[in-house]
Design a protein around this ligand. Sequence first.
Ligand code: ZN
Ligand code: ZN
Length: 137
Amino acid sequence: MVLLWLFLIGSKDYHDRLGYVIHTCPDCEVRGVFTVVQERKKATLYLVPTFQYSKKQFMHCPTCGEVFEVASEIKKELKRKLISREELVDKIKSGKIEKLLKKGKKGGKTTQLKCCNCGGFVLKGMNYCPDCGVKQK
Ligand SMILES: [Zn+2]
Ligand SMILES: [Zn+2]
């Protein structure tokens, strides 16, 4: 608990990554692996840390980098569709991700690349790392 407390000091708006969801971007219309985050806002910090949890959730488009707020009506649905990082890596390794992304369409292989910043996975076509959000070169 102490470690966690120390870790949280100094972060103002903190984003918890909830997971990933396969979704079509309303902006660039590309189907991709969206990162879903929950916004956590710090209220007041006394001797005992007091945190206020914001209920806002956001989805990051890996293609255009646009961030969308998740409407409360679709939060439940989104929660059901959420996949963890482990599941996502699993899907990438087993090739299932291609089916999910292409949705029936025939196409080339989804190439897995490495993030230039954190070294995490990035799929071809993704301009932003789903892990750290850094734009790919
Ligand atoms: Zn987009
Ligand atoms: Zn990264």
